[in-house]
Design a protein around this ligand. Sequence first.
Ligand code: NAP
Length: 479
Amino acid sequence: MKIASIINGKEFKGKQRETLAVNNPYNQEKVAEISLASIEDLNEAIDNCFSVFHDTMKKMPAYQRSDILRNTANLMEDRKQSFAETITKEAGKPLKYSLGEVDRAIQVLRFASEEAKHINSEVIPMDAAIGGENRLGLTKKVPLGVVAAITPFNFPLNLSLHKIAPAIAAGNTIVFKPAEKTPVSAYMLVKLLHEAGLPPGALNLVLGLGEELGDTLVQHEKVQKVTFTGSLPVGRKIRENAGFKKITLELGSNSPNILFDDVKVGDVVADLVKGGFAFSGQVCISAQRIYVHQSLYDSFLEEYVKATEALVIGDPMDEQTEFGPMINEEAAERAKQWIDDAAAKGAKIQTGGKQQGTMLTPTIMTNVKNDMKVIAEEVFAPIVSVIPFETEEEVIKLSNDSIYGLQAGVFTNDLTRAFRVANQLEMGGVWINEISTYRQDNHPYGGVKQSGIGKEGVKYAVEDMTDLKFIGLNLNKPR
Ligand code: NAP
């Protein structure tokens, strides 16, 4: 399969361009070949989005934007299996998780379709100010213009839609740069939106390397907003490059999960296995750190190791598979190195720690210290550390001792304690009696500290994709 950028509704097939192979992370079979966009192509994509915004999208009524999003959801539902299999082939994600991702993507489209009709305005009580008698003031939420959407490999469909669907709902146009490792589902998505009625040029797909295209895209004067999901180093660069543009940054995390002494170990083990090892830990809110009250520590660790060792490891295309490869060999080697570094400094590998090619076995570590990379940094790999604690104060301090703050899980039946802890955790979101890895697509989602800036979750993303305009009328002076 050969794929290329899509600009103004047309796939770039013209002049000879450099190509890049997309390989299946499990068996290295070629999934597709992409024709890489040049800077010239990118500039064309931005210029085209700019004119289509002014000529078409900003004038398109809400009901039409809503219809396009709903049509896309319906079409995607019909082609669910094909989207899921594509994600599995290009990302190595076990099929059952890919199917789950497509279900969520369909919901995101439906939430956005509904949201498009509820971008409400406000009438300001102008006479609350001295001299404001006989004046009418109102607000309007207006689209921004061209939005640059840059997305990661780990949820190539759903996280792209968390940007594209709200942008369309609000009436913007989008230059979409998906991850170079997972461009096929992105390509299918753009085609589907066009089939559902999105005008050419409202969403231009640019397939190319972030390192080569990123600066031009982020700095371009016709781009009004940059919305990025990805790693902290790239997020930092985007922040520096974006100047006065609005930005949303959804970055990394080393999410803590806290088990207090009243928890029944059997009730939480299965969820935390999923939370730590789903898609080989390559999830931004993966349960990287599990803090367990010392009274439960031994029994939890024993059951956690046992349940982790029972994971079905294998070909992600097999419906029974629960655990597959990492995205590439480089990522698996980097993670293995972090395990070895921690072990050399005294950490214990309770299970896992074996790497071959893209496969790294699910790894549980203990005896870890806060300055080890497996704790201090985002592992983004199947590595979970289990750490004992004694007091509430201590575990809050340990959890907050991080440059990140995306989402946490707190387990206890004592709701007063749960809220007390939730209030003190420096996180964008806290789940009580749920793993940090759980996310719905309709709640505000986004980190504090170096986990990011801004919120997603369709309604909140729409908010960030609009500007608040004030219009006032002086009724004292008829002309
Ligand atoms: P990444 O390496 O940061 O890449 C993300 C995107 O940025 C890709 O499209 C990449 O293009 C592009 N990019 C690379 N260099 C760029 C530059 N200089 N300027 C502009 N764009 C550039 O991240 P990843 O490995 O795909 O994804 C993993 C990271 O995403 C993890 O840190 C994870 O925590 C984070 N994440 C966060 C959330 C959240 O909601 N907070 C959700 C999912 C993932 P190329 O692919 O062409 O390099």
